[in-house]
Design a protein around this ligand. Structure first.
Ligand code: SF4
Length: 357
């Protein structure tokens, strides 16, 4: 059995991009969020919703996706950490300036920070321990072995669908799991969908993650690590990762500090070096955090809209009760006007009889 838990944002995003179904592999991977039984339940129950989703869990149909298999012979798997990291300095929690300061505070030249940064994030490097680094001074290597933690997540499983989409399951502290999805495309693009929280506080009525409530914000390192591990595992086979979407578990802007830091690491020229317009953060509409995100990164924004009136949006996305459509749209207009060539994507999931007329 393979229970699948991913944000509605992923599917909504692809639907807004008007891709033909054959190019939307996640439709096959995410059957239960919008399973017909769930729609029926939703239509019957929505009028009386006041708080948390009132649907019985069974109506969400967590069921087996027959096209998905566990990858048991993934040769790289053995090279990746399967244990939670020890209590050391988590290197991927630091943006570059902080790494420089840390290296200096440990009695080494600042310039060694760049060398380390390139080994952590550089193309075809993505090292998992100090032992893999070559060409650095012995004392610096010793420091990294003694005090640096290169990982941030425990790899648990990898699943692959017939269309080539991979789902990576990671363990985080306290027995929670998160998911990362790698979506290849025959047009030379490979997208990684990352999670930003364990669970979610936003309580969107069509979303299974929302039912869990918020368990934990992921750290900067735990967000970045999802991309690093995906690159390490699949770049040889699928080519470089070209796009990142924050559309996995969680509301990214509810963890805005770590998401901004992680996004800025992802687009750093000397490291992972993704184009800012290919790193997209999806939000349900947290207006103050959205403004901060627009001002502190050059990355792209997608807004999960899902309704055109406050009446319906209040109903299916409770965040609208705090930041209604007028507030959201005004903030977007203002922020866009301060930026050059900045586009906002709108995601819209059609729910039969609810927001489709
Ligand atoms: S914001 Fe949270 S509850 Fe809403 S769709 Fe995204 S993950 Fe689900």
């Amino acid at each position: 059995m393979v229970p699948l838990v991913l944000s509605a944002h992923v599917r909504a995003f692809f639907s807004c991009m008007s891709l033909p179904k054959s190019q939307v592999p996640m439709w096959a991977l995410l059957p239960f969020r919008f399973h017909p039984t769930f729609f029926t339940s939703m239509q019957n129950t929505l009028p009386c919703i006041t708080g948390f989703a009132p649907f019985p869990l069974s109506s969400c149909c967590i069921h087996t996706a027959p096209s998905i298999q566990l990858l048991t012979d993934q040769s790289d798997l053995a090279a990746l950490p399967t244990q939670f990291p020890a209590n050391k300095v988590v290197l991927k929690n630091m943006i570059y300036n902080e790494l420089e300061d840390w290296v200096e505070s440990m009695g080494h030249k600042k310039t060694r920070a760049m060398m380390l940064w390139r080994w952590l994030y550089g193309r075809d490097k993505w090292v998992e321990s100090a032992d893999e680094i070559i060409g650095i001074k012995k004392d610096f290597k010793q420091l990294l072995q003694d005090t640096g933690d290169f990982g941030a997540l425990a790899l648990q499983n990898i699943y692959v669908a017939k269309d080539g989409t991979r789902k990576i399951l990671f363990g985080v502290e306290e027995g929670s799991t998160i998911e990362t999805v790698v979506i290849p495309c025959d047009r030379g693009r490979t997208t990684v969908c990352v999670s930003s929280q364990v669970g979610c506080a936003m309580n969107c009525q069509f979303c299974y993650t929302g039912r869990m409530g918020l368990k934990k914000n992921l750290s900067t390192a735990q967000i970045v690590e999802q991309l690093v591990v995906a690159s390490r595992l699949f770049s040889t086979e699928l080519g470089p990762i070209t796009n990142v979407v924050f559309m996995g578990m969680g509301e990214p802007l509810h963890n805005v500090e770590n998401v901004i830091r992680a996004a800025n690491i992802m687009v750093d020229l000397h490291g992972l070096h993704l184009s800012p317009n290919k790193v997209t953060i999806s939000t349900s509409g947290l207006v103050p955090q959205l403004r901060r995100f627009c001002r502190e990164t050059a990355c792209s924004l997608a807004v999960s809209l899902n309704a055109t009136t406050d009446e319906v949006r209040n109903w299916i996305m409770p965040v609208n009760r705090k930041y209604n459509l007028h507030t959201l749209m005004s903030a977007l207009k203002e922020e866009i006007s301060c930026k050059k060539d900045f586009k906002v994507f709108f995601e819209y999931v059609l729910l039969s009889g609810i927001n489709d007329r």
